[in-house]
Design a protein around this ligand. Sequence first.
Ligand code: ATP
Ligand code: MN
Length: 463
Amino acid sequence: MKRTKIKDIFFNPVIDSEYTVCGWVKTRRSSKKVSFVEINDGSGPQNLQVVVDNALVEAETLKKITTGTAVRISGMVVKSVGIEQPIEMQARRIEILGEADAETYPLQKKAHSYEFLREIAHLRFRTGIFGSIFRIRSAIAFAIHKFFQERGFFYLHTPIITGADCEGAGAMFQVTTLPLNTVPMQNGKPDFGQDFFGKPTHLTVSGQLNAELAAMGLSEVYTFGPTFRAENSNTSRHLAEFWMIEPEMAFYELEENIQLAEDLLKYLLQYALQNCREDLEYLQKHVEDNDDLIETIQKVAEADFIRLEYTEAIEILKNSGVNFEFPVAWGCDLQSEHERYLVEKHFAKPVIVINYPKEIKAFYMRLNEDGKTVRAMDILFPGIGEIIGGSQREERYDKLLRRIHELGLPEAEYWWYLDTRKFGSVPHSGFGLGFERLLLFITGMSNIRDVIPFPRTPGNAEF
Ligand code: ATP
Ligand code: MN
């Protein structure tokens, strides 16, 4: 008999008819005559309770049906007599697909720490919490494409290996096939002429520069792919490999850029509320300190995001009376403690900070008339800090070139980027949304390592 997913049985059960389900055993409780076996197949947070007449299977087989065992069960779906679940299955036939030795299976039915579960990331998909997290991750990835495709944006694939040592967003991982123990040298330096690409290459930190090129022909594009940062920042908000969504739009100025970012975030939150309800409820119930998860998402989805000049943000922080670890002065970058003060204490709403000093932002951001600030915008979220970083780009050739010179960047390497400012240059804007930071907010999890299947962080590349 064809397998039915457990989620579909709960969604639309035909009572008193026969189904076949497959899944992994969560628990078995046995009395003399019957056993209750709870199974889950990952299709949703709900376990199906299967009632097994102990006479149905050999005693030896019954003993093997322990937590983690994979089974295929056929039986009648009936209204449950218990109040805990609306339906249950009366088993007619049970087949063990794969045993899980009760002595050595690491995921016993008890609360495990997230740290421990990271060490067994190959098995944590089987837990209720991680099942919910990764179903939500999948749903939101789909919603991102839906949002942009509905608006006529084109999905652009930007290279993962980049020869542009000039993205300027953070430390990079080098990509090389040179033999590390006998690197060919020239004038005391590695001879990258002999390397695979004939020059130094790295893993990309952002698809932005490439996306800008595409926007100068396709108008509105977005990327959604992995990016890499070799920063040694061991925080609960940083990964060495993370996924970023980077829309880039011709004919958008800063305000239109901000509006798009706000619309995107709200759309994704509403999408989660409407399409991931059961998983959100599960996480609200089972993750500690997560009782107000759904309410928090709702509030932000309906909030008017605050727009705040960087200069005003500095004033607010200075007048806060708080003794910050990093002192506040005009020109300093906002640290996470500052961001969280603004969002959580002062405004209690998401905050969009605009017009930052040019010194603390990337070379490609458009210079304001004051000559001191650039048209940057960072969106700060409660519990997260920076979730989006973006800007209007400098489209004026001479201004861009001057900035490249001021920063001592290698002009020649930017020839293709500068070309777009020479030929048919237009105002344009874009931003980067950190996918895992968004998922932290939506799931209420507190460590970014728990919203990506296999986290890469300093010292960690297992699985
Ligand atoms: P931060 O200041 O938080 O380190 P950033 O300013 O270096 O971030 P950007 O280069 O602006 O980050 O990247 C755009 C977005 O990508 C950020 O707003 C954030 O959501 C996400 N992001 C950046 N670095 C990381 C990282 N190491 N791990 C996960 N997400 C990240
Ligand atoms: Mn940023």
